[in-house]
Unconditional design. Sequence first.
Length: 292
Amino acid sequence: MAVPLVFAGVGEAISERAGVLNVGLEGMMLMGAFGAFAAAISVDSIWLGLLVGGLVGTATSLLMVGLCIRLNANQIVIGIAITLGAEGVTALLHSANYSDTYPRLPKAGVLDIPLLSKIPVLGEGLFSHHPSAYLAVLAVVAAWWVFKSTGIGLNIKAAGDQPHALAAAGGNPRSTRTMAVMTTGFLAGVGGAHIALIGAGLFVPAVTHGAGFIAIVLAMLARGRFGWIVTGAILIGISLSLTTAFQLVGVDVPIDAVQMLPFIMILVVLSAFGRDSYLPAALAVPYDPESR
């Protein structure tokens, strides 16, 4: 679960820095997961599935772009609608195409990092993954570099903090937000695809199990620091792995109780640190060039 959370969390952080609260992240992950699974099962290629998942997520993000950025609709309402709509659409498509057979993909291969994967206890968990996991790390580094060293990053931050100042300097806040949200959609789609193709090897309705909402909280608490998203995602992944750990030591814990742990952890962290989290000044505020 950590890798999808990194993809989606980085995407959400980019969107929020641009001033768009992308509550539809879960829906973009779901659409990406279904599109990726349909592509991968058709051509027997996980890599093509990941690409299609990203493209489907991007296409889904265009709803947020058109309604919230171009028409200034409420971002929270539209985001919830996108998620609910994606749940219904993917459930319907799954029922129409796969409900009788429930096809599965073969287990995805892993890439072991020499020496590091042999470290006791931590090696296999951190350094033995499908190669797409290392792309998630690359996405974190790339996002950090863009915000730290490029004009694009400065424009995105300006769109979230002072969109009118960006416009006065010759930038286009709406175009900047559009680019940010489409990037978010792509990364969310890849995250959803990773869940379906590599994590589960199949698609079932609501396969993301709220990962998009967890990623939104991770992005908020990270305060613009992409490394913190990775740390939070790893902690969430560890909590979800406790089921296997409990089984190995002979402790019988209901799986539903273990699946509650990430959400309990999120509530605790929000209660402790949520007030200190950084949010852009214009987050969820529509940009109107006529107002000041």
